[in-house]
Write a protein that binds this ligand. Structure first.
Ligand SMILES: [Zn+2]
Length: 309
């Protein structure tokens, strides 16, 4: 609640400031590049790959930060007002949604509107009452972890950039086509390496891998639900441990930007080990990118699930 008030107040102050300066948002940087603001890493990756030298990308979530509950400073709200395009995922980061609504109406691409989103799992509703995160509650945001859906989003983004910046539309389209092929290759790798596995249950920290599970016929059992820092209930822990035992799970996955403590507790209880599965909400290692993290995840999955190819 406090956070929403602060964001709203900041937005009002900034709106006043820019109105008094009399500089309308141009959407382009002084060097002529299209100014694109991205809400979190996978959207930054798409924008940089498709935009290349034609765009100046500003990201709202710092590298290494957990994006679910990002808060915006006045500079970032000003970036949103100034952007030619804001790329975000409605329902994932309430502070970003609010700023987009107030500052960038008509200049935003909600990537969740490009492909149908999966409904949020039942277990994700174990929230602290009054928590704003995932208030819409009905959809799962982690769509970028499915390369096929992500490629559809890439194509849509290229089309949108081309309409805003028609002089460079051919470049956006060509780079999106290349990216689409690379994502299709990644999908082929996933499908073939996960085809034959001893187990298909994926025990994870927070519910981030359902699009991936949906694509490759795995079942995700998560410990904390959709908010990574929620405390799981004892009932939930007992349920996850029972599933892990019942399916002969050898690995409990934890993720890079969140403490592994809960995963370690469950692993100890069922005699499993822990390993990293990165939900790619932000980059945790310098030099990594979407493809390198997705391939590390694939290796971790084939090991944990006992896949034979
Ligand atoms: Zn998440």
């Amino acid at each position: 609640m406090m956070r929403r008030l602060v964001a709203a107040t900041t937005a009002v102050l900034l709106a006043g400031a820019s109105a008094s300066c009399g500089t309308p948002a141009s959407g382009f940087a002084t060097d002529g590049r299209l100014h694109v603001v991205t809400a979190f890493y996978p959207l930054q990756f798409l924008s940089e790959r498709i935009g290349a030298d034609a765009v100046a990308v500003t990201e709202l979530t710092k590298p290494g930060a957990e994006p679910h509950d990002v808060e915006l400073n006045p500079r970032q709200v000003a970036d949103i007002s100034d952007a030619g395009l804001v790329v975000h995922l409605k329902g994932f980061q309430p502070a970003v949604d609010e700023a987009v609504e107030q500052e960038a109406a008509g200049r935003a691409l909600d990537v969740g509107s490009v492909v149908p989103l999966l409904p949020a799992a039942e277990d994700d509703h174990e929230h602290v009452p009054g928590e704003p995160e995932h208030a819409e509650g009905s959809t799962d945001p982690h769509v970028w972890l499915d390369p096929v859906r992500f490629a559809t989003i890439a194509d849509e983004l290229a089309g949108r950039l081309g309409r805003i910046d028609p002089a460079r539309a051919a470049g956006y389209t060509a780079r999106a086509a290349t990216l689409h092929r690379e994502l299709a290759d990644l999908d082929t790798e996933y499908a073939s390496r996960l085809r034959t596995c001893a187990r298909r249950e994926l025990v994870t920290g927070h519910t981030a891998f359902r699009y991936l599970a949906d694509r490759y016929r795995l079942t995700e059992v998560s410990i904390t639900g959709i908010s990574p820092d929620a405390e799981p209930s004892l009932r939930r822990l007992a349920h996850v441990a029972a599933v892990a035992r019942g399916t002969g799970t050898t690995t409990i996955f934890f993720e890079t930007l969140v403490s592994p403590k809960v995963a370690e507790t469950v692993a100890r209880e069922v005699g499993a080990t822990t390993a990293v599965l990165d939900p790619l909400e932000g980059l945790s290692e310098p030099g990594a990118d979407y493809f390198s993290v997705m391939r590390s995840n694939l290796t971790a999955l084939t090991t944990a699930l006992g896949c034979s190819s």
